[in-house]
Design a protein around this ligand. Structure first.
Ligand SMILES: *Cc1c(COP(=O)(O)O)cnc(C)c1O
Length: 419
């Protein structure tokens, strides 16, 4: 009798090979392969300075008010239902009001589309802009998820540089040179991942004017909104929606330190109604009709989360981040093979430059991180993973002692490999 799993049986299905390429270029993909290099006989604690998820550290636990909001929403039994597409009205209203606190042109709930975190918002934005021949301008270094998503669309990616010596501002001349009549949008990430930049009002205005001149919209990834601790405070790109149409992407993942709650938003800042007229708003609705919605009871908690979370929580988080950024910046100065071109003023990361000429047996940033993982039981992200070879991205959003120990290990590693 024929055995179903036997040699003679043929099956028609197999895995989709093209996915492994897209998944390899995400931060998780790179970090997962780094972790395979850890030395199992090293008994020291594994230090994770690669990821941007501080939710495990007690000093970064979310506000009890946010937890209560979720519990109350759950217990109310009003949110056991399916969500409506784009999100339930009270949640969209709450997001509109929350974001409008910092905008001259107030948003309406119809401008808000709730998503499964900011990653889903990126997917929606790029998918609705995708048309054969179209291209999009994204920053280098940047957030690799944009490349990963584009790989599954018709969008061609073109990179413009961020300028390390200018606080990682956008090279606007490069943007002008890259764009053509098929360019549809440019992406900015502010506050920045991986660079820790926070753009000034003047720079954002120039971005808006440049985009207007090119006839393209701005996708503003503001998932780190308000996580700033330097000279510039956070200015939402939507402030400039009278100049250029803006799609704002965000979530509660980073500011509330709850990336597992999976609620984010895509927002149309459409002062002149251009996004509406172009058909983009309809495409967003169409796309959301065929994708999943964020969990209804977390949506139901949003009004209370925004209303009840007190300033002390945000102030405390920013203080820990500021201390982390400062101590990282100062301690890195003592390490001969790395330099920091620009002190981070926001988000959770700093980019530092690797000087390979002083190292004896390190080929590049990836080699550095692989050997560091093996010898020091720790992870940092090679710059190549975010488009910047021979740089390193260090996460300072960790417990202060973990950060201190991590920088010490990097230092010991560098000294051991110095010529
Ligand atoms: C973390 C991050 C995201 C994803 O946010 P989620 O809400 O966790 O999906 C998007 N963009 C940037 C730049 C990020 O760092």
């Amino acid at each position: 009798m024929e055995n179903g799993g036997g040699e003679t049986q043929k099956w028609n299905f197999k895995g989709n090979n093209s996915l492994s390429k897209a998944s390899g270029i995400t931060v998780s993909g790179v970090l997962n392969s780094l972790m395979k290099n850890l030395n199992p006989s090293d008994n020291r604690q594994i230090l994770r300075l690669g990821h941007g998820d501080p939710s495990h550290f007690p000093c970064f636990y979310t506000s009890p008010f946010a937890e209560d909001a979720v519990v109350d929403a759950l217990r109310s039994r009003q949110f056991n239902c399916y969500s409506s597409t784009a999100g339930i009205l009270p949640a969209r209203k709450a997001v509109a009001e929350y974001l409008s606190r910092h905008l001259p042109n107030k948003l309406s709930p119809d401008d808000i589309f709730l998503t499964l975190g900011c990653t889903h918002a990126i997917e929606v934005a790029l998918s609705v802009l995708s048309n054969p021949g179209a291209n999009i301008l994204i920053p280098k270094p940047g957030f690799p998820y944009y490349e990963a998503v584009s790989a599954n669309t018709d969008l061609e990616i073109r990179h413009f540089n961020l300028l390390p010596e200018k606080g990682w501002e956008v090279d606007l001349d490069a943007v002008g040179a890259l764009a053509d009549e098929n360019t549809v949008a440019m992406v900015i990430i502010n506050p920045g991942n991986p660079c820790g930049n926070v753009y000034s009002y003047e720079h954002l205005q120039k971005v808006a004017e440049t985009a207007k001149k090119l006839g393209i919209l701005v996708i503003a990834d503001e998932v780190y909104e308000h996580l700033t601790f330097g000279k510039n405070s956070f200015i939402p790109m939507g402030v400039f929606s009278n100049i250029v149409p803006v799609l704002t992407l965000g979530s509660i993942s980073k500011r509330w330190i709850v990336p597992g709650w999976r609620v984010g938003w895509l927002v149309t800042n459409d002062f002149h109604g251009v996004l509406q007229k172009s058909g983009l708003v309809d495409s967003i609705k169409d796309f959301l009709n065929i994708s999943s919605d964020p969990v209804t009871f977390i949506q139901g908690a949003l009004p209370q989360i925004f209303e009840n979370t007190n300033e002390e929580f945000f102030t405390k988080i920013k203080q820990i981040l500021r201390q982390g950024a400062d101590s990282c910046y100062e301690k890195v100065k003592e390490i001969p093979c790395i330099t920091c071109p620009s002190k981070p003023e926001g988000s959770m990361f700093v980019m530092v430059k690797l000087d390979l000429s002083v190292l004896s047996d390190i080929q590049d940033d990836i080699d550095f991180c692989m050997k560091l993982a093996k010898e020091e039981n720790m992870a940092i992200l090679p710059g190549s993973a975010v488009g910047m070879k021979n740089y390193l991205r260090i996460t300072f959003a960790v417990e202060p002692l973990t950060l201190e120990e991590g920088i010490e290990r990097i230092k010991a590693f560098c000294l051991r490999h110095t010529k």
